[in-house]
Design a protein around this ligand. Sequence first.
Ligand code: TXA
Ligand code: MG
Length: 319
Amino acid sequence: MQTIVTDSPREAAEYLNAGGIVAFPTETVYGLGAGISYPAAVEKIFRAKGRPADNPLIVHIATPADIDSVAREIGSDARKLVRHFFPGPLTLVLKKSELVPREVTAGLDTVGVRCPSNMIARNFLGFCNCPVAAPSANISGRPSSTSWAAVLHDLEGKIDCILKGTPSDIGLESTIVDCSGKTPLLLRTGAVSIEELQAVIPGIRTAESQNDDEPPKSPGLKYPHYAPTARIRLCEQGESVLPAEKSSSAWIGMSSPPATVRYTSVRQCGTIEEYARILFDFFRQCDALDIDTIYCELPPAKGIGQAIRDRLTRAAALH
Ligand code: TXA
Ligand code: MG
């Protein structure tokens, strides 16, 4: 299959409206979309990414009001979250409407819904003739794509079209809150921080406050994620780093790297937002340079720092 690269949201939507699969920019990471009215295209996404069949997709809507077409029984807490954070980097899990086929939700009765704030994404979604199911546009298990070049690297020849945009502003996937039960439950941290969520829903539950016997609520979270080929070594701020056995190392963090290691590549981030924005791209650069070990400094667990810690811990768990 030939993959067309375009900067026209209208042209990209034409591919989707013809039953194709199309990568598009959002403020979090790039998505790989199929119209929810095209179950065969939805299945193509799973094949292109090598995604496990039981991992549901998030449905993307062009405007916040479209939520009522894809979800039902939307409670007052969910409405509050929509008012505060849509459009933006927040996904709500809600009971699904009949419009959403089970190919999208992997058989679940619930659906993840997100309205991105990125203007290219919203233009594109506006030209699509139905809501768009989209996971992150990367090979399953690898770091998410935060640029169209990263999408091309992972998926060229496997998807119909890439809508070009600028690099993702945030760089990490959306915060996910499950609002399908009595009390909202945080499933995945992201740019909408726990502090911001608690300001709107003081009683929101987090994974830590959940009973261990309860089944995991987000099917995707049990799978390995975000990992470069290089091995990840985590360290807390100020912790000294022992040299790895192999020679080729890299450092990313907010501090300057400990001098115990000689590095091929170093990224010292000025802000926590910059750390989030460049993290996945840095992982990909390290793979291109054949780095063996990436030392990653865990940032403070405040704001988006929680989400960075979560992604780093998952990426490190693979090795
Ligand atoms: O920022 C984002 O969320 C990006 C952009 C493209 O919107 N998308 C994204 O999709 O990160 P993905 O598929 O890589 O991650 C979605 C996560 C998965 O862990 C999946 O299991 C979970 O959301 N999810 C989707 N629908 C769900 C549902 N109905 N109930 C529980 N978890 C759900
Ligand atoms: Mg993903």
